[in-house]
Design a protein around this ligand. Structure first.
Ligand SMILES: [Zn+2]
Length: 654
């Protein structure tokens, strides 16, 4: 059994299940899988199997519209209600949905009010994918209603007690669907290959406001009942809900921000350039297609910097640094309104199509607003992270994870959320741009967004489109296959240089060599003035810190803290780099600040490098486990899962 890949096990499981439960299913599967020992590559290229991370039989019967009737119960910490699916049915007598951590109460068919119960079977649970929910239907049936309740195992949901919010008076709930967590709060066909429209009627306690990735209210209703509509088809991972004591502030035409009222001023200030970002993005790749663009700043447990839920980006409060220097994360989420939300990866193996395009586009927005110098600094910092990650992955169990086209069958799609998809993807596009020139490249990308809007595609389809529309007609030779299907970073990768980064790195080297850097010459001033943190942007300070080698003299680190207070800087990007350097240099006086940080911030991007550095020696690991024990309840399941694995942490319930 060991030699069986997870994909094969899945196949066997489905096959056995179909034999036992619905014999007619055999016909369907027989057509999907022509031979039981079909080689993996053959199975993967079979166009009928779109997605190894979903049980849904979308080729036979697929949801086109989903209506949710839901009630959110904060006391019992569950959501219950009905998922009403309108299906496009190609004469199938079974519809298969994905579920994980859900209690299914009953399934009916027919219009609301004239429903009839129908048989359903829940298959064997897989620890990553959850289970298939197979519903028996007539071959012309198009309405399926699933009555259900979420449970403690619904990993998409983060229920926050009042003390974990800014205002500390009201509870809070938000969801995180990507990659395959929507099935943990909605029974659905959870594959990005299928796009659906949705609507929802959601009841929440009346002192709270509910928001979704849909047309949203800007004020609370009297009765806590909210109606939502998303009329453009989206993949299921983009269905999102946030419930809390929320307020709204308009920033400009068609855009604004939500947060708890206690921080709304700070949020509005930090994201004041929101409208400018939209104008810049539209100037590059054409009209924003989702009417409204709002950002909600969530509590600190949110595991990501941002999540591009359509019409309503979910953002992390670590972006509120007071100097607007992390606005690039919002540029990134906005860019997803084109790459990811409008044109979507068909499977999680094609994740780079979402993220590589988005990082590339984000950089273009930043360049158009803040200049090439700033955009280059951002790109170089990211490229450094990519090089480190390529080195790490190459040493590990899955060196093929450095391909752009991934192969995540049998693994958690979260394993593909590395810099490869993001930064290698973006540098692939930058390298192409350099070859063909910006003008031609922009025409090509605009064409790409038009051609595939509201559709999904695979890497192979993109490759064909690239050859046909850009490379061949212009007579360009390019090593596309090497970029997409080979390891590491190809030699022709575009090189970016930044004199500004070079000069701050030099300052770090001079400091290490014993020079006093704390008085600097500033243009227009006769005397040297004290070095201040605001003289450089976030990414320049990151380059400064990264230039200091590990195992550095702790006295030198302490002096930097005394003069510039890196360890107490409320900028999580800088604090994280500083903590990691501190851990690797055995500089223990960072611990109190680091502990505070780990107890407050739940964003995986920061937690992972810090805990990873701590796990390298026994004394640090002991300390880390003590902190983790306390901090873990403050993290979302996405971060908990990653860190449990890293620290080999076993919960009592596991
Ligand atoms: Zn992204």
């Amino acid at each position: 059994m060991l030699s069986f890949s997870k994909f094969h096990r899945m196949y066997l499981l489905r096959f056995r299940f179909s034999l036992l439960v619905f014999l007619p299913l055999l016909a369907i599967y027989a057509c999907d899988f022509t031979a039981s020992d079909a080689p993996l590559t053959k199975v993967k290229t079979n166009p009928k199997i779109l997605d190894a991370h979903s049980y849904a039989n979308v080729a036979q019967v697929k949801t086109t519209h989903l209506h949710l009737d839901l009630e959110v119960d904060f006391e019992k910490k569950y959501i219950y209600g009905v998922a009403r699916h309108t299906m496009l049915n190609q004469q199938s007598d079974t519809a298969i949905f994905d579920i994980k951590g859900l209690e299914i109460q009953k399934v009916t068919v027919g219009e609301k009010g004239a429903e009839q119960n129908t048989d359903f079977v829940i298959g064997i649970e897989d620890s990553i994918l959850g289970a298939p929910l197979s519903v028996k239907i007539a071959k012309n049936q198009t309405k399926i209603n699933i009555y259900y309740k979420t449970t403690e195992a619904s990993e998409a949901l983060d229920w926050l007690a009042p003390e974990m919010t800014k205002g500390k008076k009201f509870p809070y709930l938000y969801t995180q669907g990507q990659a395959i967590l929507t099935r943990t709060w909605i029974p659905c066909q959870d594959s990005p290959s299928n796009r659906i429209t949705y609507s929802a009627d959601v009841k929440v306690p009346k002192e709270l406001m509910a928001l979704m990735s849909a047309k949203n209210p800007t004020a609370k209703t009297k009765d806590g009942v909210y109606h939502f509509e998303m009329n453009q088809p989206i993949p299921a991972y983009l269905i999102a809900l946030a419930v809390g004591n929320l307020s709204y502030r308009k920033i400009g035409k068609n855009c604004g921000v939500y947060s708890e009222p206690e921080m709304i001023r700070q949020v509005a200030w930090e994201f004041q350039d929101l409208r400018k970002l939209i104008v810049a993005a539209e100037g590059i790749y054409g009209k924003y297609q989702w009417e409204q663009y709002d950002v909600i700043v969530l509590p600190y447990s949110f595991p990501f910097g941002g999540m591009e839920n359509p019409r309503l980006t979910f953002a992390n409060p670590t972006l509120l640094v007071g100097d607007r220097s992390l606005i690039s994360v919002v540029a990134h989420e906005l860019a997803h309104s084109w790459s990811g939300n409008l044109v979507t990866n068909a499977t999680w193996d094609d994740f780079w199509l979402n993220e590589g395009f988005t990082v590339y586009f984000e950089n273009r927005i930043m360049e158009s607003l803040y200049g090439k110098e700033v955009a280059d600094i951002l790109a170089i910092i990211e490229f450094q992270e990519l090089q480190n990650e390529v080195a790490e992955i190459s040493k590990g169990d899955h060196p093929e994870d450095t391909y752009l086209k991934l192969s995540l069958n049998g693994r958690n799609p979260d394993d593909g959320m590395t810099s490869i998809a993001y930064v290698k993807g973006a540098f692939f596009l930058k390298t192409l741009e350099q070859l063909v020139g910006r003008e031609k490249f922009d025409v090509f990308v605009q064409h790409y967004f038009r051609e595939f809007q509201f559709k999904t595609l695979t890497t192979e389809t993109f490759e064909k489109f690239l050859n046909k529309e850009l490379l061949k007609p212009n007579g360009f030779q390019f090593n596309t296959k090497e970029w997409l299907y080979k390891k590491g970073i190809p030699k022709n990768c575009v090189k970016i240089v930044s004199p500004r980064l070079e000069s701050i790195k030099q300052m770090a080297r001079q400091y290490l060599a014993g020079k006093d850097i704390f008085k600097v010459k500033v243009k227009g001033k006769r005397r040297r003035v004290p070095l201040r943190r605001d003289m450089y942007i976030t990414q320049e300070w990151q380059a400064f810190i990264r230039e200091i080698p590990v195992k550095s003299d702790t006295l030198k680190l302490a002096l930097l803290d005394k003069k510039l207070n890196f360890k107490g800087w409320a900028n999580a990007e800088i604090a994280t780099d500083w903590f990691v350097l501190g851990i690797e240099s055995n500089y223990k006086s960072i611990r109190p600040k680091m502990e505070k940080f780990l107890l407050k911030v739940g964003r995986r991007k920061f937690l992972l490098p810090i805990y990873n550095a701590l796990s390298k020696n026994p004394d640090d690991l002991r300390w880390a486990l003590k902190v983790y024990e306390k901090a873990r309840p403050n993290y979302h399941a996405v971060s908990q899962n990653t860190l449990d694995q890293l620290l080999n942490y076993k919960t009592k319930s596991k």
